[in-house]
Ligand binder design. Sequence first.
Ligand code: ASP
Ligand code: MG
Length: 456
Amino acid sequence: MKKIVAKFGGSNLKKKEDIQKLVRVIKTYDRPMVIVVSAFYGITNHLIKSMEAVQEEESNIEKLGHFLKELKKEAILENFEDKEWQDKTLCAVQSRIKELNRYLTGIHYIGDVPDFVGDVILSYGERLSSLVLTSILQSKSIDAEEVLPEQMPLVTDGEFGNATVNFDISTPNVQKRLAGNKIYVVPGFYGVSEQGKITLLGRGGSDYSAAALARCLDAESLDVWKDVDGFLSADPKLVKTPQRVTHLSYAEAAELSYFGASILHPRTVEPLKEVGIPIHIGNIDAFTDSVKPRTVVHGKETVSECIIKSVTYSDDFCILKLRGAGVGVKKGVLAKVTVALDKAGINIKSVITSQIVINLLLAEKDIRRAYKIVEELELSSITELIASEQMSTIAVVGEGLLDAPGVSGRLFMSLAKRSINVEMIVSGASAVASYFMVSNKDRNAAIEAIHEEFFS
Ligand code: ASP
Ligand code: MG
């Protein structure tokens, strides 16, 4: 029988009740499988803050201790009926925290966080969840075993902070290590380089970990459990009647995730698409006694009646405008800029050029730095450099978008009716997505307008 890989995120690991629901779901599957877990809610951010604070002051390690104590209460003390199991788990958690503290003390004394140490420290959020969850399952007589990525090993390309899994090396390792008929619990978010160094798979990367394991195991499906109802036609906080999207193609899911839908990490689809493993998205809050998914992502590309399946947004797109007569036709300008940004580790999300302007779409965290870098290049062909920060990118996604006549017309008419100014439009770069940028203040009204036009 093929395995299922199921992933539970930080929002499934907040309180005692969340963990109990999660155990019920695992019991309902009633089959050998692989469980991938994120860190308990909020821990990764806490660890990031601790790394900064501890460099200044060693006693800040204790602050992290307070946070972990609260977690201990919710996650550990209240989840074990058996005192012996409780003590045993506490002891194991203490010793893992001790390991973590050694790294934190280390960075205090060297006054710096080398990349390879930062990645180890941040992996502890996930290591704590896998340890605790395994113990909880075992205490309920479920045959569970924790397996760390370094014990397989799940090998990556070695890039710290944002690694990619090497499937040629990892596949036989994973198949061998996770071959048994039991429940394996694996911490997400990291793998190891060929030299055995811990490398993170990028923020929010546990989905990608789970997808990678599913690919290595040729799993029946990757089941991602959330506390929301799968993909919806729009953010339920912004529209009155959001509709559940029951099926999406891989490309649709990838574009929606890239443009801000927080259901899946944008890289989740990547390992599964080529081999056709479906992604099932479940809602743990709606769980009764069936693991039936709310949204299925698969290889079937269907065109829906209203073409658009969902409208999403991201506020994490800023524009850096490079103006100058003829930048669009002069050769080498874009090359110099992209090389310089790449050297600084800045990712360019998109490039849109015209005869007189090159627009680079960048993440908010990078825009200031990118501005300085381009300024310092002192390119004679660029006469003006503008960084605009107050932008939202709105994307509409659906198979058949490019071929369906009239979709763009309806879309932009619906915005014009509400006097929403569109700053930039990109269509045709992807066969299933069009996106445009509006000022932040117009974002909600734009989503509402489009949703009303296509879904009511
Ligand atoms: N804990 C990691 C993060 O917050 C990975 C994840 O949650 O998927 O980025
Ligand atoms: Mg996550």
